[in-house]
Ligand binder design. Structure first.
Ligand SMILES: Cc1ncc(COP(=O)(O)O)c(C=O)c1O
Length: 385
């Protein structure tokens, strides 16, 4: 297993611009575990992404973190949303967002989910297979389709073309079926995989999209939208290409392969919310087992660290302790032996009551947390600094 960076003198860089004095005050007065969610960071990431890829409209992928403060902040910034369910849709409409400006990106929808979205006013749905297309019959032109195609594997930490995406060879028949069923055709979409570290994955997929747009046009289907998905990376324990570098590569490919009349959208999740949340936990117990120190903290794999499993993620650890480091095990608070966050990390000796800080826990952490053992999940505290 990869070694984890532990910083025992957290600098501003590690804390990602968090106001250290206000942060210190909040830590003094709040019971752990809790997460600070910075809405200013959400705004900053949205606007930086908009500047980096000026040809795209940003639809935030709510699945990354559906906290209402994020949805509200993005709505105020005229942001749009990509949803997976009726529950996410409800959060958007209750923040004042418009259903007809939402993309429903779940390629498989139950009838109830589909009906609810159409009745609420969603008009754009992602599909990647013929059986899903048949479900459109009952909506008589009220539901339009974005066809998702598979991208080549590799280059990303989380592969999203394993479960979804039509093969290139299936696309002509799917396009014919869309035309014959008279389903409003919106265009194409893809996802290069989450935490994508290789810009060429975007440029190759955009080149493919250029060919598919021509293939659709031969069938009389005009592409309105190209949705280039999410995948934009953030820094956890290792460096990543910055968004300006990725954006420049995407812009070059868009200008080369995609007609300027096509509306280009993206669906970032992690990039918008990942750096906006910082988790604060306490050491609640310790033991020595087989000669190795074990520290038990009040959040674990069944809580905010669920991203260790589902998102294949390693989070940076910050501590104020500054003594000699030794190998240790970091475990969660439940009675399950499986609930071990890091089996082999270098830690300074810790005491019960010590605090550990985990920056960059705003994406795919709280959303997949459970309340296993009745322990609840970390309280999320939105702040505007
Ligand atoms: C369809 C779709 N769009 C967007 C996203 C967001 O991806 P990311 O968080 O990598 O930007 C995902 C992530 O699973 C997704 O499945």
């Amino acid at each position: 297993m990869k070694a984890i960076n532990i910083h025992n003198r957290p600098t501003d860089r590690h804390l990602r611009g968090l106001d250290q004095s206000r942060f210190g005050d909040l830590c003094q007065e709040t019971a752990t575990p809790f997460m600070i969610l910075r809405t200013e960071k959400i705004r900053g990431q949205l606007n930086r992404l908009r500047r980096a890829i000026p040809r795209t409209e940003v639809f935030y992928a709510v699945k990354a973190n559906n906290h209402q403060a994020i949805i509200q902040t993005l709505t105020e910034e005229n942001g749009r949303f990509d949803i997976s369910s009726a529950a996410e849709l409800k959060q958007i409409t209750s923040a004042g967002g418009r259903a007809d400006q939402v993309i429903h990106s779940n390629p498989i929808k139950s009838r109830l989910e589909f009906d609810t979205a159409v009745e609420t006013g969603v008009t754009t749905f992602v599909v990647d297979n013929p059986d899903e297309l048949e479900k459109f019959t009952r909506y008589e032109g009220r539901a339009g389709v974005l066809l998702r195609f598979k991208t080549k594997a590799g280059g990303s930490v989380v592969d999203l073309s394993y479960k979804f995406g039509a093969e290139r060879s299936d696309l002509p028949a799917l396009l014919d079926r869309i035309r014959d069923m008279k389903i409003p055709f919106r265009g194409f979409c893809f996802h290069v995989g989450s935490q994508c570290l290789d810009c060429s994955k975007y440029t190759a997929a955009i080149a493919d999209a250029g060919q598919l747009i021509a293939l659709a046009e031969e069938r009389g289907l005009i592409t309105e939208i190209l949705d280039i998905g999410g995948g934009f990376p953030i820094e956890y324990t290792d460096g990543v290409p910055d968004i300006e570098t990725i954006g420049a590569a995407i812009m070059t490919a868009l200008n080369q392969y995609i007609d300027p009349r096509v509306r280009v959208v993206c669906e970032p999740g992690r990039y918008i919310s990942g750096e906006a949340a910082t988790l604060i936990v306490s050491v609640i117990g310790k033991a020595v087992r087989d000669g190795r120190k074990w520290y038990y903290i009040d959040d674990g794999l069944y809580g905010s660290f669920s991203g260790r499993l589902f998102d294949q993620c390693s989070y940076q650890i910050l501590t104020n302790r500054n003594t000699k480091w030794e190998k240790a095990v970091l475990a969660g608070p439940t009675c399950d032996s499986f609930d071990v966050i890091y089996r082999d990390c270098l830690m300074p000796p810790l005491d019960i009551g010590d605090i550990l800080i985990f920056p960059t826990m705003g994406a795919y952490c709280s959303v997949s947390a459970t309340e296993f053992n009745g322990l609840g999940s970390a309280r999320v505290i939105p702040v505007d600094w």
